[in-house]
Design a protein around this ligand. Structure first.
Ligand code: ATP
Length: 243
C-alpha cells in the first residue's frame, strides 16, 4: 500500500494574471516516490511546478501538502515546511564556490550534514572549492540539486534537470532523484524532456498537453505503450490512462 500522498493537486487551475494555462490538474506524490511530469513545450509543466512551490498562487482547485491546504502560502514559508524547488536554469551564483552555495543554503532547521549530502552527490566532493561558473553543465546541475537538498526537503521539485545537457550526462544525473527518494524518504516531482530516461527512473508519470492531463500511469506501463505516449504528446485527443 502506498503512503498517504505528501502532495495532492486536486482540480488545480494555474496560470498568470487570473488566466489559467493549466486546468483541472490531479496529481499525487507520496513520500519516497519519484514522479515525472512530462509533456511538450508550453504544456504547463513549469507553471505547475512554480505553483506547487508557492511562486504563483493557484487560480482554482486545491494544493495539499502533508494533508494541509497550502494554496496561496508563499514560497519562503513552503520552503520552511519542506518544499524545495530546483528551478529550470539552475539559478546559481557563478562567482561563488560549491562550498559557499551549500553553506548559504543552510537554514536554521534540520539541515543535511555535509557528509550525508556528499554521499548522495559524491561527484560534488572534488568540486567543493571551485566556483559555479567554471563547473561543467552536469556539475552545475548537481550543485543546484545539492543546494535544494541541504534543507532536507520532504518534497523535491526539479524542473528540467537536463536543460542543455547531453543525454549521457542526463543518464548519470537522473538516478540521483531515486537516491533522494530512497535515502531521504522525500517525494520527488520532476519535469523532464528525455521521456525514455525519465520513465527509467520514475515510479509514475503524468503527461500534460495544452494545460490538461492527457495520460498518467505507472512508468513501467507507459514504457510499454510508446503509442499512447506519442499520441499524448501529439495531442490527438485525450489518451486513456494507462492501466
Ligand atoms: P517548456 O517545456 O517549454 O518549459 P512548459 O510545459 O514548462 O514548457 P510553461 O512554461 O508552464 O510550459 O508554459 C505554459 C504556458 O504558459 C505557455 O503558453 C506559456 O507561454 C505561458 N506562460 C509561461 N510563463 C508565462 C508568464 N510569465 N506570463 C504569461 N504566460 C506565461
Amino acid at each position: 500500500m502506498p503512503d498517504a500522498p505528501l502532495l495532492e493537486l486536486d482540480g488545480l487551475d494555474a496560470g498568470y494574471a487570473g488566466t489559467p494555462v493549466v486546468r483541472d490538474l490531479h496529481v499525487t506524490v507520496s513520500p519516497g516516490e519519484v514522479v515525472a511530469l512530462l509533456g511538450p513545450n508550453g504544456a504547463g509543466k513549469t507553471t505547475t511546478m512554480t505553483t506547487v512551490a508557492g511562486l504563483l498562487d493557484p487560480i482554482g482547485g486545491t494544493v495539499r501538502f502533508g494533508g494541509e491546504d497550502v494554496g496561496g502560502v508563499p514560497a519562503h514559508l513552503l520552503a520552511r515546511r519542506g518544499i524545495a524547488l530546483v528551478p529550470e536554469g539552475r539559478a546559481l551564483f557563478f562567482g561563488l564556490t560549491v562550498r559557499e552555495h551549500l553553506t548559504l543554503a543552510k537554514g536554521k532547521g534540520r539541515a543535511l550534514a555535509r557528509d550525508e549530502l556528499l554521499e548522495l552527490l559524491p561527484e560534488l566532493q572534488k568540486c567543493l572549492d571551485r566556483k559555479a561558473g567554471v563547473l561543467s553543465g552536469g556539475e552545475q546541475q548537481m550543485l543546484a540539486v545539492g543546494r535544494a537538498l541541504v534543507s532536507r526537503p520532504r518534497l523535491l521539485l526539479v524542473d528540467e534537470m537536463s536543460l542543455g545537457l547531453a543525454p549521457v550526462i542526463v543518464e548519470r544525473l537522473l538516478p540521483i532523484l531515486r537516491r533522494v527518494a530512497t535515502d531521504l524518504g522525500a517525494g520527488v516531482l520532476f519535469v523532464e524532456q528525455h521521456v525514455a530516461l525519465a520513465l527509467e527512473v520514475a515510479d509514475r508519470a503524468y503527461v500534460l498537453n495544452h494545460g490538461r492531463l492527457v495520460l498518467d500511469g505507472p512508468a513501467s506501463d507507459l514504457r510499454d505503450r510508446p503509442d499512447l505516449l506519442r499520441s499524448s504528446y501529439l495531442g490527438d485527443g485525450a489518451a486513456p490512462a494507462a492501466a
